[in-house]
Design a protein around this ligand. Structure first.
Ligand SMILES: NC(=O)c1ccc[n+]([C@@H]2O[C@H](COP(=O)([O-])OP(=O)(O)OC[C@H]3O[C@@H](n4cnc5c(N)ncnc54)[C@H](OP(=O)(O)O)[C@@H]3O)[C@@H](O)[C@H]2O)c1
Length: 321
């Protein structure tokens, strides 16, 4: 936006453009959340589970995946619960995150929706790792087990072949190891959309930030998930902190409010310390949905940072494979 452009003119122009582009929207959950008084951390309905959870979730990476960081990690998990967070994300790959989460949840396991993830596509390799996850998390059942990082269509074929990882996780669900199954990914939306039709998945975890619409957007995957009644969980809200460190963006308020204004149930954010966690809780408590005009303004302002903001997609800054 140019300095001289009148704010109201910009709003009018952007509303029309937003509607035309279909980029900005106000999720129904965002509107419903705004109607509640935010003296406590607001909750949203989680997919079709019939359960409500805090719309801010705790990410299991960052401070929670650093080795020998037991004290800080445990403090973060416990503080998150004290502040009203009831959705906790972790993964086998973030070792030792599951151990920290298990320690932090001691005596309070029933207070959170606990979700973890499995990576290896070979079921022989995956099974003992899932068993290890349960031990580290100190629980007999997780609420959701995600197939982690669904990359592309070949990966979908690998996961869903007879006797493959999907069969294993489905069996584990049947045995009660997990209440739900989910998928996650941040490479290409097509892979997630294809996977949605291949199994009984309750959730998808995918990127949501103001640059997503400018490069291989995940919006279609979000919409497909909703058509199927799946819960939608947002990640990459701050592009892993890269918006702050590499783009000079200062405002977590805008980024988290933007993510929560989309049609998502929960936004999970990783933190480096308790202060960041408390800051994110403050933002979620003060949440009022960002207008479509302001969403589009942010998307437009952040367009120069598209490569960083999509670093995890093919063609993004730092994409590795
Ligand atoms: N494929 C997958 O399934 C997948 C992949 C990656 C992550 N995840 C999950 O998603 C969670 C979030 O990861 P992400 O990659 O999406 O990262 P993110 O949440 O976008 O970024 C987290 C980083 O943002 C910065 N930050 C957070 N709150 C802040 C605040 N209030 N003020 C300033 N900076 C703040 C911190 O980085 P600095 O302090 O370093 O700036 C923090 O480490 C992970 O913890 C993990 O649970 C899933």
């Amino acid at each position: 936006m140019t300095e001289s452009m009148d704010r109201r003119d910009f709003s009018r122009a952007t509303t029309a453009a937003a509607a035309a582009a279909g980029l900005s929207s106000l999720g129904p959950r965002a509107l419903a959340t705004a109607a509640t008084a935010n003296t406590t951390l607001p909750t949203r309905e989680l997919g079709k589970t019939g359960q409500r959870v805090s719309m801010l979730g705790l990410g299991g990476e960052h401070a929670l995946s650093k080795p020998e960081n037991d004290a800080q990690a445990e403090e973060i998990v416990q503080r998150a619960l004290d502040l009203g967070i009831t959705y906790v994300d972790t993964a086998q790959l973030y070792f030792p995150s599951e151990k920290y989460v298990g320690q932090g949840l001691k005596g309070r396991r029933d207070k959170v929706f606990l979700t973890t993830k499995i990576d290896p596509r070979d079921p022989e390799e995956a099974k003992p790792l899932i068993e290890r996850s349960m031990k580290l998390l100190d629980t007999s059942q997780v609420d959701n087990l995600n197939i982690h990082k669904v990359r592309n269509l070949e990966d979908v074929e690998r996961i869903t072949k007879k006797g493959g990882l999907l069969d294993l996780v489905q069996k584990m669900k049947d045995e009660g190891v997990t209440r739900h199954l989910g998928i996650t990914g941040h490479y290409t939306p097509e892979a997630l959309i294809e996977m949605m039709g291949r199994g009984d998945f309750s959730f998808v975890l995918l990127p949501v930030n103001p640059t997503d619409g400018h490069h291989l957007p995940f919006l279609a995957a979000r919409k497909e998930a909703r058509k199927r009644g799946m819960g939608v969980i947002a990640m990459k809200v701050s592009a892993r902190g890269r918006f702050f460190k590499e783009c000079g963006v200062q405002r977590m308020d805008d980024l988290l409010t933007y993510a929560l204004s989309q049609d998502v149930d929960v936004a999970i954010v990783g933190v480096e310390n308790v202060a960041q966690l408390e800051d994110n809780v403050r933002i979620a408590k003060n949440f009022t949905p960002m207008s479509p005009e302001d969403q589009l303004r942010l998307e437009t302002e952040m367009k120069p940072h598209t490569s960083i903001g999509n670093f995890y997609k093919p063609g993004g800054a730092g994409w590795l494979d």
